[in-house]
Every structure is written in C-alpha cells, then in structure tokens.
Design a protein around this ligand. Sequence first.
Ligand SMILES: C[S@@+](CC[C@H](N)C(=O)[O-])C[C@H]1O[C@@H](n2cnc3c(N)ncnc32)[C@H](O)[C@@H]1O
Length: 242
Amino acid sequence: MNSISLSDAWKQEALNWAAWAREPGHDSYWKFHRDQFLQLLPEPGELTVDVGCGEGRLARDLAKIGHRMCGVDVSEKLIALAREADKDGDYRVGNASKLPLDDNCASLVVSFMCLHDIDDLYAAVGEMARIMKPGTSACLSIVHPLNSAGKFSDENEKAEFVIDGSYLDESRYAFPIERNGLSMTFHSQHRPLEAFSRAFERAGLLVEAMREHRVPDDIAREVGWKRWQRVPMFMHMRIVKR
Ligand SMILES: C[S@@+](CC[C@H](N)C(=O)[O-])C[C@H]1O[C@@H](n2cnc3c(N)ncnc32)[C@H](O)[C@@H]1O
C-alpha cells in the first residue's frame, strides 16, 4: 500500500527527477516527445502557465519561442532549480489543486507529463479552468491510459501487450527505472480515459484535439522501441474553455 501522497512521493524524488530530466538526450523529452507536444500549441499570448513544471525545462524552451512563462510545481527543490537555471523566470511553489494564480490570468496552460502524477485530478483540472481566460486552451501530455494499464510481455518488436489488471479501475503505481547510470521512480495513478473526460466535463472544458503519436522511426530503431509504434506511449490533448 502507498502510505504517502503522490505529491509527497514526487517531492522525495525531486533530485533524481532533475538529474533524469536534465541529462542531455536521455529522456524521451529530448528524443521526440517535446517536439510532438509543441505541434499542438497555439501561438504565444500574454501568459503561459506550466502546471507541474518540474525543474523548468519546458518553461525555458517555451520562453525561447516567445512565451511569457509562469511555472508552478509542488516541489520546493525543483522550483529552486528552475529559478537557478532561469534567473528572470517566474517560478512558484504551489499545488496543482490550488494554483497560486488569479482567475482568468492565463492565455495558455501547459502541463507536460504531470496530470497522471497528481493526487486530485478533478481539483487540478478545475484549477486550470479557473485560471484560463475564456476562449483559451490548455495543452496536456500524459502517459497514455493504455500504457499505464498494461505492459509488453518482452522488448521485441512484436511483443504481446497485456492488460492483466483492470483498465477501467484507477490504480496507483510506482515505476522504477535505471538507464545510463541514472535511476528514477515514477509515481503515478492509472486512470482510464473516461476519468480525464469527466474531469474536463465538470470543469466546462472541451477537447479540441487529441494525439496518439508513434515513437518516430529513427528513435524506435536507435532505442529498440519498435513495439512502441503499435501501442501509444503518451497522449496529447488540447482542451478549450468556452
Ligand atoms: C514527470 S515530472 C514532469 C515535470 C515537467 N513537466 C517536465 O516535463 O520536465 C511530474 C511533475 O509533477 C509535479 N507534481 C506532482 N504532483 C503535483 C501537484 N499536486 N502539484 C504540482 N506539481 C505536482 C512533480 O513535482 C514533478 O515535477
């Protein structure tokens, strides 16, 4: 059983995460994921808020293409690292369930690989809706619910993908991983797609676009991830506030 909340688990994992996220070329972010995510983003407006910004890599990248950024994360250590790497940036310690931001202040919300790591999905999505100006959007990236529900039987291209638990029930999971001398445990909650849809419905947000990208050919070959060209690893959504 997990005795601690997801946010506390992430606070404990903060320095491992920062090392993992910052190692050049190491994480899927650098390999292909950021570039796939950027395809969904609208042009920069007045203020882009990054919910669950971590050590700030996406906020720094978005600032380079013209976004005025504010990053929020529950981990004080990660926010300190984000500030250190971007002295002029606006980074705030805060919980996604109670964002330290005014109503209708954001012209864009982004949340990259974070909503599945958050304890209270409904509160977090409600808070996103609260800070979004009417007519603006939020772009989200999550572990695809199919991915978090199951696993491949081995690492071969044609490996079976097996769901031996339940897709439809929510479940907490911890995914320890070691690669290139770095180790990290991802703490997350599997939620079926319907949970996200219900959270959007309750917050009055509409899904405008949804993407289930394949891992690109060159990366699939290089990393041995051909199996991830049959099952989606991640899901991207753009949701709008009317
Ligand atoms: C997988 S990391 C992604 C970080 C960042 N978006 C990136 O891609 O570099 C998940 C992040 O969610 C943050 N997080 C977890 N629960 C949170 C909460 N309730 N409120 C705000 N941030 C949270 C963690 O501290 C961590 O930085």
